[in-house]
Design a protein. Structure first.
Length: 308
């Protein structure tokens, strides 16, 4: 009996030291955890809507598009969070708006114009940061540091996440209609005169994506922030066919990846942002195998089920 109690006691001690002690003992770990969880609740649902609208690569393009604005804020005010966030929001919204304008004024589709603009923005942003800062500054902006989130950064992430969740809840029906049947939404808007044209929903949604990417750049960096938005969203489609279930699943996977990534980063001294995204990628790979719509389940399913 004593040996059994000793075994469970040592097992619980190991679990405590590995999974709970870092968050209990260190304030920077608690701040990183809260920031990552807040981002998970706001960015993952946006990723689900991006995949639903077949705009999965738009998130990646917009995450690069904010870099020039962040770079200009860094050049003028140094590592000032408010300056870099303001610059990033302006740059991201400007690129999204210009891409939409080009698509309406020319024969180019919006994804093509956005691809051209984000490549240009990425080149300009990297050049500006490299010419006015150190290599460490460039790495910090590109890949972030979840373990270095301070109180102002935490307040920014919490505010953006709260507003995003409320806006998504309020605009949920319109976004779903615009995603599945934009023609019907346009007809209903003309009849009711209560909603704007479809491009208003499109640009408003992209601006919400931009704000979340900017909020996440301090934690995950401008290159990694999109990972927490898209990987859980893509993975959730392998588990569920209904939109509400995908939204919940994506947020849950993002939460799990955030917690696991922070713990791995703490114990193995790895970069926090890439580690979190690697955990999200591991969940995606696992979903590819064992999810109801994954490869392994389809392989082992009866032939009539696979055909169906």
């Amino acid at each position: 009996m004593d040996s059994l109690q000793s075994f469970f006691g040592s097992a619980w001690g190991s679990i405590w030291s590995l999974a709970f002690a870092p968050f209990v003992e260190f304030a920077f770990m608690r701040r990183a955890l809260v920031a990552t969880l807040a981002l998970s609740l706001s960015t993952a649902p946006l990723g689900v809507f991006l995949t639903l609208r077949r705009m999965s690569l738009f998130g990646d393009a917009l995450s690069h598009a904010i870099l020039p604005g962040v770079a200009v804020g860094f050049m003028l005010f140094g590592l000032s969070l408010s300056a870099m966030v303001t610059g990033g929001v302006i740059a991201g919204m400007l690129v999204a708006g210009i891409a939409g304008l080009i698509s309406r004024a020319t024969t180019l589709k919006e994804d093509a114009s956005l691809a051209a603009l984000y490549l240009l923005a990425l080149a300009i942003g990297v050049t500006l940061v490299s010419s006015h800062g150190t290599q460490l500054d460039l790495l910090h902006i590109l890949f972030g540091s979840a373990l270095g989130v301070d109180t102002p950064g935490l307040l920014l992430v919490a505010t953006v996440a709260s507003v995003s969740v409320l806006v998504l809840a309020a605009a949920y029906r319109g976004l779903v209609l615009e995603s599945f049947d934009p023609v019907f939404l346009s007809v209903m808007a003309k009849k009711s005169r209560q909603s704007g044209p479809n491009w208003v929903w499109q640009q408003g949604f992209l601006m919400l994506v931009v704000v979340n990417l900017v909020a996440g750049f301090q934690t995950l960096g401008t290159l990694m922030a999109v990972g927490l938005m898209m990987l859980p969203a893509v993975s959730s489609k392998l588990w569920h066919d209904t939109l509400p279930a995908q939204l919940v699943n994506a947020s849950g996977q993002a939460l799990l990846a955030g917690c696991g990534g922070l713990l791995l980063s703490y114990h193995f001294d790895t970069p926090s942002g890439p580690t979190i995204i690697a955990c999200a990628g591991a969940l995606y790979l696992a979903s590819l195998l064992v999810a109801p719509n994954g490869w392994l389940v389809r392989l082992l399913a009866p032939r009539y089920h696979r055909v169906a």
